[in-house]
Design a protein around this ligand. Structure first.
Ligand code: SF4
Ligand code: MSK
Length: 637
């Protein structure tokens, strides 16, 4: 098969990969090929470079060294490496949450005039969870107090994270009993780094249990703070129609791609892209207008709130530049390939960094300041407009592929859509699950990875799930993959869903696959699961639910943290590629078997997306049987 067909399931991406081959431009897939053979020790997680007595590596065939210079065995080394990944992922999400809380604090104190309070109902709800009195208080005063409380949870040393109280009581009690209730967000991350220092934690089970605690501080802490405080400031999403894939780039417009994760600046960039002064300037440059589109999770944020078009997911960031039509790619943090600037230098595209946490040598940096957010956004869009005249029109090659989707499904919105505006409730969802029209719920999330055909595993897995009446909630690049495949429209239910799910979708006009948002918005999935438990009739804990999670094309440390907090919250979770733990039989067995008896959920590793989907469905059926529910309309997979 031609390389470009093998590398991506997405037609627009195939076209650009073919173009790259013709132009001898290196992409992630080529760099992966050049990297072969990849280090087998690293793949298995059995190398350690935590101190200068090493690097040490364990012989997987049992003939050479079986312990590091310090005596650490394979179980310790593998578990420590895993904990390090979880800590890094949790840190990335949580630092995002911290920045959002900081912005809300500036808003409350009157120092960030470009933002305001967009959802005062949610502000009050969150204040209540933080046990802040709301009566007689103005929004800004409340915002100040909520922000302070949220910020204090990062450095909190004792007690429990407040948002963990949103989990079912039985789950919270289990976390307490196991000693894994997160105390403070930063505290669990720092303790993870302490434990992996040379000569600290040697017990692989003890190390992994702290990994669970650290990840819970992400899911029920940092990520949840990011999601909820963003909703308060920028608005809570509602179902919204939009378009996705590289075809959203426009030949006759100034194209600005915003890429990364944090929505604070991109929110202002959306506004600046319709600034009359800049539109006038764009016309003077010969462009018909300014076309701002998103990439990766920044895309998901502005899609959910404003319906801004999405150009693509992780493996399409280079492909967008290759179209020759991008004036500026504005990046914030996370999942920004260092390869971008080299590629951009072959075109007129300017990459602009905006966070002090992410710079490229020699690349223009326009630093984001919350206090003058709109001014910063405007200056970046202005640069894009001015760059339009440098575009080489002969090199413009924009794929035609474009797909409709509906996004904006939060835990609150699903409740309203199903229960009606005056009686928001999960009852109809629970009843549909109990009656078997909906067999179960799956969260399918995570990245792309050039080791797996781009988008293919997401699409195949999700199609298999909905065909079997499992409703799917999605975030991140996984959501973008399935949106491009046309799975996120109400009409998709007719074509792809099983009879039970189709009936439910048709009744309420819901797509069978719901776009729930960005990576931090996996917190919305946790809240939805907790709400379903609270509604009653499906057990007392998240682990009782006929539900499962998956990250079929994962690559980042954040995906490991997400998978871990899904599992620690009681959700059976399948990873599409093996996390680097297979070098230790004990660690693998602990994660994939023993933990089920401890936290009511475990991991599984399965690269074949159909097999993985069937494992999820089997698990869902097992939970249905335990709840003594009628078999679903499709009893057999
Ligand atoms: Fe080797 Fe132990 Fe140092 Fe790791 S901590 S590099 S296993 S000596
Ligand atoms: S952007 S973490 S590649 S989902 Fe959230 Fe996509 Fe994974 Fe980054």
């Amino acid at each position: 098969m031609a390389k470009y067909l093998d590398r991506s399931a997405d037609k627009a991406s195939q076209q650009m990969i073919k173009q790259a081959e013709k132009d001898s431009v290196q992409l992630a897939w080529d760099r992966l090929e050049a990297m072969q053979p990849q280090c087998g020790f690293g793949e298995l997680g059995i190398c350690c470079k935590n101190c200068k007595m090493g690097p040490c590596r364990i012989d997987p065939f049992g003939e050479g060294a079986q312990v590091g210079v310090c005596g650490a065995n394979v179980d310790t080394i593998v578990a420590r490496n895993l904990l390090q990944h979880i800590a890094v992922g949790a840190a990335a999400h949580s630092d995002h949450g911290r920045d959002v809380a900081h912005t809300l604090s500036l808003v409350g104190n009157g120092h960030a005039h470009d933002y305001g309070i967009s959802d005062s109902i949610k502000l009050k709800e969150i204040a209540k969870i933080y046990e802040i009195k709301t009566e007689g208080k103005k929004d800004l005063e409340l915002a100040r107090e909520v922000a302070e409380k949220a910020l204090s949870e990062f450095g909190q040393q004792h007690g429990e994270l407040k948002f963990a109280s949103r989990a079912p009581e039985k789950r919270a009690e289990l976390w307490r009993k196991l000693g894994i209730m997160p105390r403070g967000i930063d505290r669990e991350i720092v303790e993870s780094l302490h434990r992996v220092h040379m000569g600290v934690d040697n017990d692989y089970k003890n190390i992994i249990m702290h990994g669970l605690r650290c990840s819970l501080g992400d899911g029920w802490g940092g990520s949840m703070i990011a999601t909820d405080l963003q909703d308060i400031m920028l608005g809570s999403p509602k179902p919204i129609r939009s378009k996705v894939n590289l075809g959203v780039l426009k030949e006759d417009h100034v194209n600005v791609v915003v890429h990364g994760h944090e929505p604070t600046l991109s929110e202002m960039a959306v506004k600046a892209s319709s600034d009359p002064e800049l539109l006038e300037l764009a016309k003077k440059q010969g462009a018909k207008g300014i076309n701002l589109v998103g990439m990766c999770c920044t895309a998901n944020e502005i899609l959910m709130r404003h319906g801004v078009h999405t150009a693509g997911n992780f493996l399409q960031q280079e492909l967008a530049i290759l179209t020759g039509s991008v004036e500026v790619m504005m990046v914030d943090v996370q999942c920004i390939m260092p390869a971008l600037t080299n590629l951009a230098s072959c075109f007129h595209t300017e990459v602009i960094t905006t966070s002090p946490k992410l710079k490229f040598p020699g690349v223009r940096h326009i630093e984001f300041k919350e206090e003058r957010a709109y001014e910063v956004a405007k200056s970046i869009i202005r640069r894009a407009v001015e760059n339009y005249k440098k575009r080489d029109k002969n090199r413009v090659n924009i794929p035609k592929e474009i797909m409709d989707l509906v996004a904006g499904f939060t835990a609150e919105q699903v409740k309203t859509i199903l229960g009606g505006r005056f009686r928001s409730t999960y009852r109809p969802l629970n009843d549909a699950i109990i009656s078997g029209r909906i067999r179960g719920i799956a969260g399918v999330v995570g990245c792309n990875n050039p080791k797996i055909k781009h988008d293919w595993a997401h699409i195949e897995m999700v199609k298999e799930l909905i065909k079997n009446d499992v409703i799917v909630l999605q975030t991140g690049c996984s959501a973008i993959a399935c949106a491009k495949a046309g799975l996120m429209t109400p009409e998709a239910a007719m074509e792809y869903a099983g009879p039970g799910l189709r009936e439910v979708c048709e009744t309420v006009g819901l797509p069978p696959v719901l776009h729930v948002g960005s990576c931090v918005d996996n917190a919305r999935i946790l809240i939805a699961a907790a709400e379903v438990v609270k509604e009653g009739g499906l057990g007392e804990d998240i682990s009782d639910l006929p539900a499962a999670g998956a990250a079929p094309e994962w690559m980042s440390q954040k995906a490991i943290s997400i998978g871990t907090y899904f599992m620690a919250s009681g959700v059976f979770t399948v990873f599409g590629g093996d996390p680097p733990v297979l070098g230790s039989k004990n660690v693998t067995d602990y994660l994939c078997n023993e933990l089920e008896g401890i936290v009511g959920a475990k991991f599984a590793f399965e690269e074949d997306p159909i097999k993985a989907a069937r494992m999820m469905i089997e698990h869902i059926d097992k939970k249905r049987a335990a709840l003594k529910l009628t078999p679903s309309m499709r009893a057999k997979v």
